[in-house]
Design a protein around this ligand. Sequence first.
Ligand SMILES: [Ca+2]
Ligand SMILES: [Ca+2]
Length: 377
Amino acid sequence: MAHVGCFLLLILGVCGLSSSVPRQFHVVKEQKNWTEAQQYCREKFTDLATIDDMAEMEKIKSAVQDAGVREAWIGLKHGSSPKWQWSLAGRDFYRENEAEFRNWANGQPNGGNNDERDGEDCVTNHDNKKWYNYLCKRQFIFLCYNGTNSTHPYVLVYPGKSWTDAQRYCRENHTDLASVRNQAENELLVKARGSHIGEVWIGLFRDAWEWSDGRSSSFRLWGPGEPNYYGSGQLGFCVEMKSSGQWNDESCNEHRNFICYEALPTVEVVSPQSPFYSGDAVTLRCDIPKYTDWHQYVWLKDNSKVPGKTNQTITITLPHEAGQYQCYRQREDSSVAPYMSRPVNITFNGESTFNTTLSLITENTLVFDCYLGYCHC
Ligand SMILES: [Ca+2]
Ligand SMILES: [Ca+2]
């Protein structure tokens, strides 16, 4: 009865600034330390939950609330390599190299000691257009980014706040703290600060938190005063999400419920290349990211299970097996709904074999019905 405590919630990935592959999240009501939770998620699903943006965050928050869980591990753990990143997460927002655009003043960034507990980990724009790093608790006025206004995307906000409070304000009232993707945007930002002299927070920060699945999402939603590295930290520090949606760092050895995610399976055509012709043998493969522990694959054709096809790869023959194909993995626990791939249509160009003859009766009385260039037999 190991799965009795597994409470399932189905959420499809959302479109926003990031176009992440749809994912399904599972709130697991078993108490495990972070490392055990990670292992469980990797065996049963894809990994511990990773969060790309605010929209995804809202979905997971309701999932945790619906499950009646007070706090749950997510897939974020403190690592040893701090890196600079933008508060505004979402890979599609940045074109190549744009997330790496910097305009540091001479001698900046400085004051880092590879540990954000007392490093200068938050960044300002100065009236000389250059960027400086400061302790995040310093209070400066700040620039929000408003994604709905393409001509004037930057909004200057008074009075001064700590970087974290500024971030919260921008997310609640606009999109996020200001991101700067290139020199032109840096000019636009300088314009938006008007006659204000001195420092203004922008969305660049540095931290050493790392996602379990290796993704680079810079999305964070810390509760007030967090992370504070409170606790033994025996196995390092890991992140739990409260039912309020706010994040807190905890000793990884604490036992918590946890949230796993599962990536959508995909049906790939291995061979041949389309277009397909009647008589072709088409090989399809069911890809389930990082999945390690299955019994068998299940294939569907036109919404019905295909009997006898339980391998990752199947071969179908046209024309009689043309149709819409999907796959999923068979689960040990039948109470967990299958997470099915998007359908892939395997059709063919009937003209290479059949003409537009209405029907053809052979000596063996096989009947071929042809219409609109497609044939069935
Ligand atoms: Ca500095
Ligand atoms: Ca804490």
